[in-house]
Ligand binder design. Structure first.
Ligand code: AMP
Length: 112
């Protein structure tokens, strides 16, 4: 996988408002927020999209959900939504796996 914007953010080469990081994951504020709180949780490992994660990534994927829970709590969110766009047809624009953490407003269902 080629170097991506989010890999550069994870390395600190591109500035972002980081709200949490550890040896496996980084969480930062989305530059174009779609809700009062809009964070992105990414693995440091360069996985392009969820469907390209392997069985060996199961623990990492669980860790990313744990980070999402942690930052949602840190932000004081009561009800919140996670989104993973997998592929361009689903709205993915940055091909480095990321979980959107959205909160601070009501959400419609089904999503657009
Ligand atoms: P997706 O469309 O699911 O691939 O989501 C990519 C997200 O990355 C979008 O919500 C963008 O607003 C966000 N984004 C793009 N560039 C940056 C950046 N430099 N810092 C933070 N978020 C970004």
């Amino acid at each position: 996988m080629s170097d991506t914007l989010f890999a550069r953010i994870a390395r600190g080469d591109v500035p972002a408002e980081i709200v949490y990081e550890d040896d496996q994951a980084v969480a930062f504020r989305d530059i174009a927020p779609q809700a009062p709180t809009h964070l992105l949780v990414i693995p440091r490992k360069p996985i392009a999209r969820l469907s390209e994660a392997g069985d060996e990534d199961s623990e990492l994927l669980g860790h990313l959900l744990g980070v999402a829970r942690r930052v949602a709590k840190q932000e004081g969110l009561a009800d919140w939504r996670l989104v993973v766009n997998d592929g361009a047809g689903a709205g993915q624009t940055v091909f480095h796996l990321h979980i959107h953490v959205l909160g601070g407003r009501a959400f419609d269902w089904p999503p657009g």
